[in-house]
Design a protein around this ligand. Structure first.
Ligand code: SF4
Length: 381
């Protein structure tokens, strides 16, 4: 039986339309340096050829923004740009893309005494002038601290949800309706909870689904299926991304996993296998790792994530969460909820246990040092 989709409004992104009953759009993101125009265009084309309806690119600097003009000249793919903390670049990037993603939790980084509403207005003005849609992309690991303070620390979904609703309310108020929302977490259960609650509150707003930092395949695919499968089967979700920690040459696997998920949901093919996977993932060691993006400071990150997975197999039965991130900007925050956090700089890898920093180590030293910490945690279990 066809799935009854939520009655979201239609949001056009270049040549595709998200929501409004249109086919669910699979997205992906470039992990190349945005200033490396040739590599970025090649990755965009590979992702589009695999079936990505929209390809996202991170913009961190004016140089990245300038590179977008050259990228736009060389591809017809629908492009989304991730502003990271740099909302002030909105006007520079909007002429070259079809969608702008901003993270409400990143708006406070610059001009902290300026109200977020003014910053959103800047983004909206640029989007409206240049025929762009907007995604309000909420991420559990980077919720605005002012919003987080209003909630019990154990409630991580509440701040995400209220932040999303506040931003939707503001966009509606200023008359900008060409937007969608995402609420992502690395915990599939929280993704389900946040998106169900949002869809109930705002059934009209198209949702972009995803599990952030899902990790390496096959676990990253399973985590994503555990979250997105039930949501899609309930009619929630208009576009999605499967975030995977894979080398650039395998980035197309994100798109393939997304398309397979949609096919399986349509065929009612999810149940037993994923339920068993859910149970096993919940009990044992959990490795969270980011999908990498243009911010990765050392390409050894992907290899390191794989080596950590191999090294930690002996601890598979223990309920320990290890977060592995590709950069120093988001690494410290995105590892906050893990038992052990690792994030990569150009020449060193940083380690922390809970909220406590344990220092920086070379790419060779980090594995034995991490193992020591795992052994300590195992002793306490
Ligand atoms: S943690 Fe850093 S490198 Fe990884 S996806 Fe996020 S911004 Fe990109």
């Amino acid at each position: 039986m066809p799935i009854q989709r939520n009655p979201t409004r239609a949001v056009r992104v270049g040549s595709v339309t998200i929501g409004g009953g249109n086919p669910i759009v699979v997205q992906s993101m470039c992990a190349t340096k945005t200033t490396d125009v040739e590599a970025t265009v090649a990755q965009i084309e590979a992702l589009a050829a695999a079936g990505a309806g929209v390809v996202r690119i991170a913009v961190d600097s004016r140089h990245d923004a300038e590179a977008l003009a050259a990228i736009r000249e060389r591809t017809r793919a629908n492009l989304s740009v991730d502003l990271q903390e740099n909302y002030r670049l909105a006007a520079d990037v909007a002429p070259w893309v079809d969608k702008i993603r901003y993270n409400p939790g990143h708006l406070y980084h610059h001009e902290s005494d300026r109200p977020w509403q003014e910053k959103v207005r800047l983004i909206v003005d640029a989007a409206a002038r240049h025929d762009c849609a907007i995604r309000v992309g909420i991420n559990c690991g980077s919720v605005d601290p002012a919003m987080r303070e209003k909630f019990d620390p154990a409630d991580s979904v509440g701040p995400m949800l209220v932040s999303a609703l506040d931003h939707c309310g503001f966009l509606d108020l200023i008359g900008f309706r060409r937007y969608c929302v995402s609420l992502k977490d690395s915990d599939p259960a929280k993704v389900v909870d946040a998106n169900r609650r949002f869809a109930q509150a705002r059934p009209d707003v198209p949702l972009h689904l995803g599990v952030t930092e899902a990790g390496m395949p096959p676990e990253g695919i399973l985590k994503t299926r555990m979250a997105l499968g039930p949501l899609l089967a309930e009619g929630i979700g208009d576009t999605l991304r499967v975030s995977l920690t894979v080398p650039n040459s395998r980035k197309h696997e994100e798109v393939e996993a997304g398309r397979q998920l949609l096919a399986d949901v349509a065929a009612g093919n999810l149940g037993d296998v994923d339920a068993m996977s859910a149970a096993s993932l919940k009990r044992g060691l959990n490795i969270i790792s980011c999908p990498s993006c243009s911010r990765v400071e050392n390409e050894a990150f992907i290899d390191l994530a794989g080596r950590i997975r191999e090294m930690t197999r002996y601890a598979a039965a223990y309920p320990i969460t290890i977060a592995v991130m590709g950069c120093r900007v988001n690494g410290p925050g995105e590892t906050d909820d893990a038992d052990l956090g690792v994030w990569c700089g150009p020449g060193q890898v940083y380690l922390k246990r809970g909220g406590e920093s344990l220092g920086a180590f070379s790419y060779e030293e980090i594995l034995p040092r991490l193992r020591e910490e795992i052994d300590r945690l195992i002793e306490k279990v």
